[in-house]
Design a protein around this ligand. Structure first.
Ligand code: FAD
Length: 488
């Protein structure tokens, strides 16, 4: 006898749920829509490493994906379902699965990534059944956010105001209690056979201590942040040495283990309870930046590769292999830059303020292209997000539509002194500088020999001398900008 869903789906009828960046069961509008209409659901994740996708998963993302899929598989089993894993060409795999299961429809989340959008179109053409897309990873429907003349926003401020003028994002949906599956589920690959985890060497030790991928981990992070951190968020979000100054939800949001709607509503309720208006204003503003990045990518599919302001393509970027390696390894001799790059390598994540400092150092002081930095972040971040990463690098590089001007160059010493005044962050990630007094911590090359001696530090031996002179690096960047962008 055909099983009946707990909702109103037609008994015996099958739908495929194609999961991508929406690895959750609660507030999943594609899953809810499938359950409303169909009695039996086949949840599928396809690892498609097509050469056509120029932005294949980086190492840190693969680590996250492994654990996230394991968590999702377990959550599905608790609901009498199973996650079907397949590796290869999405179009042929989904076409075959539709035939094999007799599915009458395919449901998936809306995406803003160019390759995934074209892939969804190709799947729609091939499978021969209706493909239903639902918004699962943004607060607002991009199509509804239009300027008065019906165009698209290119600047964050008016975009955010237009979002705030919309009706509130929908209330989150609870996870279904059961997700009925066909008597015979299609065969699944074994997750371990995908080799997503690093082996030789296994660099993920520092990830385990920091992250619990999956829906439960996301929920825990959100609750702990809202419990007592939201009130002071406006200030604490700029203190990299405060391990709880921000929510650390970014990888969970990227992989869709929690929806922006869930975060929005939970934060709003917490702010109302605690009368934390300013915390809410800043935090909701960041969630809108997340939406804005997705919006920009949707309407500018070349954003990850090309500057949004064409004149910036003329900047004479330097090829600097040794400098790039020093930057990647956190050995530039500039403490706050090195601390950030080491945090990234150790935990697959970096504090936002330090992302700005390290990115600015690369693009301006080193005059290395923002695309090179973007690629390194994409490979090493657990929250590597095509839209946000590209939009942020363009913002730093001055070439985004809504950027900080190129001629505004972050001074990493001043930034360090302002945002890490007690040196907690730098001392944690650059322990060789631990014994230096605060005054010299962010600029050890300026410290008197006697101070270095007392701290047991020889520059060039225990810690690198700076790879460049900050003033000269800044002047070189400004010169290049004047000649090639402003004068163009
Ligand atoms: P919180 O401060 O707690 O903010 C809550 C959420 O708001 C975040 O999880 C994120 O989804 C969103 N958010 C916060 N800041 C921004 C921002 N500036 N732009 C867009 N959304 C934001 N974020 C990514 O998720 N993936 C990336 O690949 C990425 N690359 C970046 C590259 C550079 C050069 C820079 C400067 C920033 C980048 N960011 C990226 C944005 C930001 O640094 C991270 O979202 C933030 O540090 C994540 O920490 P959190 O979850 O504790 O943020």
């Amino acid at each position: 006898m055909a099983r009946k869903t707990s909702r109103s789906g037609l008994p015996g009828s099958v739908a495929i749920l194609w999961l991508r960046h929406d690895l959750r069961l609660s507030d999943h509008r594609a899953l809810a829509a499938a359950l409303d209409e169909f009695g039996l659901i086949v949840p599928v994740f396809v690892l498609d490493e097509s050469d056509e996708n120029r932005w294949a998963l980086g190492g840190a993302s693969r680590w996250w994906l492994h654990h996230s899929l394991a968590a999702l598989g377990a959550a599905l089993r608790k609901r009498q379902s199973e996650l079907v894993l397949r590796r290869g060409d999405s179009v042929s795999i989904l076409r075959d699965l539709v035939r094999e299961t007799g599915a009458a429809a395919l449901f998936c989340g809306e995406t803003h990534e160019p390759w995934l959008r074209s892939l969804t179109d190709a799947v729609e053409k091939a499978v021969g059944v209706p493909v239903h897309r639902r918004r699962v990873s943004t607060l607002f429907d991009a199509e509804a956010i239009r300027t008065k003349s019906g165009g698209q926003y290119s600047v964050y401020g008016p975009f955010a105001r237009a979002c705030r003028a919309q009706p509130e994002p929908e209330d989150p949906l609870p996870a279904p209690q059961s997700i009925p599956s066909p008597k015979r589920m299609p065969r699944s690959d074994a997750l371990d056979d995908w080799g997503l985890l690093p082996k030789k060497p296994d660099w993920s030790g520092g990830f385990d201590t920091m992250w619990t991928p999956g829906e439960a981990g996301a929920d825990k992070k959100l609750k702990s942040f809202l419990k007592d951190r939201l009130d002071g968020y406006g200030a604490s979000r700029n203190v990299p040495g405060d391990p709880q100054g921000t929510s650390m939800l970014s990888p969970h949001l990227h992989w869709g283990e929690i929806s922006p709607n869930q975060v929005w509503h939970a934060a709003k309720q917490a702010a109302d309870r605690k009368k934390a208006k300013s915390g809410w204003d800043s935090f909701s503003g960041e969630l809108l930046w997340h939406d804005f990045s997705a919006y920009l990518l949707r309407y500018n599919p070349e954003m990850p590769e090309k500057p949004l302001r064409a004149a910036y393509a003329k900047l004479p970027w330097r090829r600097d292999k040794a400098g790039m390696r020093a930057w990647q390894q956190g050995r530039t001799g500039i403490p706050i830059v090195d601390a950030g790059m080491r945090q990234l390598w150790r935990h697959g994540w970096m504090h936002n303020r330090v992302r700005m400092i390290t990115a600015s150092f690369l693009v301006k002081h080193m005059l290395v292209s923002w695309q090179d930095g973007e690629a390194w972040f994409f490979d090493t971040l657990v929250d590597a997000d095509l839209a946000t990463n590209a939009a942020s690098w363009q913002w730093i590089g001055g070439c985004g539509t809504d950027s900080q001007p190129f001629f505004r160059v972050f001074n990493p010493v001043t930034q360090g002194k302002t945002h890490d005044p007690d040196g907690r962050y730098v001392r944690h990630y650059v322990p060789e500088l631990k014994a230096l007094p605060d005054r010299w911590l962010h600029c050890p090359w300026q410290a008197p020999q006697s101070v270095l001696g007392k701290a047991g530090l020889v520059l060039g031996r225990d810690y690198p001398k700076p790879i460049l002179d900050l003033d000269r690096g800044r002047d070189r960047a400004l010169d290049a900008y004047r000649k090639h962008v402003r004068g163009a």
